[in-house]
Design a protein around this ligand. Structure first.
Ligand SMILES: NC(=O)c1ccc[n+]([C@@H]2O[C@H](COP(=O)([O-])OP(=O)(O)OC[C@H]3O[C@@H](n4cnc5c(N)ncnc54)[C@H](OP(=O)(O)O)[C@@H]3O)[C@@H](O)[C@H]2O)c1
Length: 195
């Protein structure tokens, strides 16, 4: 079991912190204003620096457009930690920029291609979906695979695309995902590769 901190308390942060806590991990949530309180039962709210320093694994559940500005000043604290980036932004490139600005860290992109509702509950979908994984460090990807398993994703649903440079293609699918959600309505949804 790992000590995990989820940064960001929106729908995604709540879903992932809740799912990882239910799986038995020690989970905290990093918030810009920890005084605003805890939002998931059993998950303590901390300031972002304290949360990052106490965790083995960091999950970025903040807006992708501001993520590099948020994390880059914390490079020394983040060190070699695994940074799982689930963010989306108006333009692709967040995961690569995070890896570049935190060179010691091990960034893994995943879970960004689905509605928050299914991230910790893939069984809500009518068919088994794909969860894409991109990252340069195999150990960090193995850690991520184990956490995805704890969230309910079967090994056969995980598609390892390769290095962190492949994250840009995943991030570029954001407008497609948004259009699909608009067309279908807010309901469990995930982009999926079928072979
Ligand atoms: N919603 C989805 O279904 C979905 C699916 C796939 C990917 N994503 C991506 O996952 C990330 C989180 O999504 P979300 O829907 O949970 O987003 P959200 O509701 O906008 O929440 C983001 C959280 O990040 C924190 N934050 C840190 N810096 C911030 C800043 N500069 N501006 C605004 N918030 C900031 C805030 O938490 P505190 O106030 O506690 O600091 C905020 O509640 C985004 O990058 C989104 O694109 C979302």
């Amino acid at each position: 079991l790992s000590a995990i901190t989820v940064i960001g308390s929106g729908n995604v942060g709540r879903a992932l912190a809740g799912g990882l806590h239910r799986a038995g991990h020690e989970v905290s949530m990093g918030r810009r204003d920890p005084g605003a309180g805890a939002v998931v039962d059993g998950v303590e709210a901390l300031d972002v620096v304290t949360a990052v320093a106490a965790a083995d694994v960091i999950v970025n559940a903040t807006p992708g457009g501001s993520s590099v500005d948020l994390f880059a000043p914390l490079a020394d604290t983040i060190g070699r930690r695994v940074l799982i980036d689930v963010s989306n932004a108006a333009r692709p490139g967040t995961a690569v920029e995070l890896q570049r600005s935190l060179p010691e860290s091990r960034v893994v992109k995943t879970l960004s291609t689905m509605l928050f509702l299914v991230m910790a509950a893939p069984e809500l979908l009518s068919h088994p979906a794909t969860v894409f994984v991109s990252g340069d460090d195999e150990t960090a990807k193995n850690t991520t695979r184990a956490l995805l398993h704890d969230l309910g994703w079967a090994p056969g649903q995980v598609l390892d695309l390769g290095g962190i440079d492949t994250a840009g293609a995943v991030e570029a699918a954001y407008p497609l995902a948004m259009a699909a959600v608009r067309a279908h309505g807010i309901a469990p949804f995930a982009l999926t590769a079928v072979f």
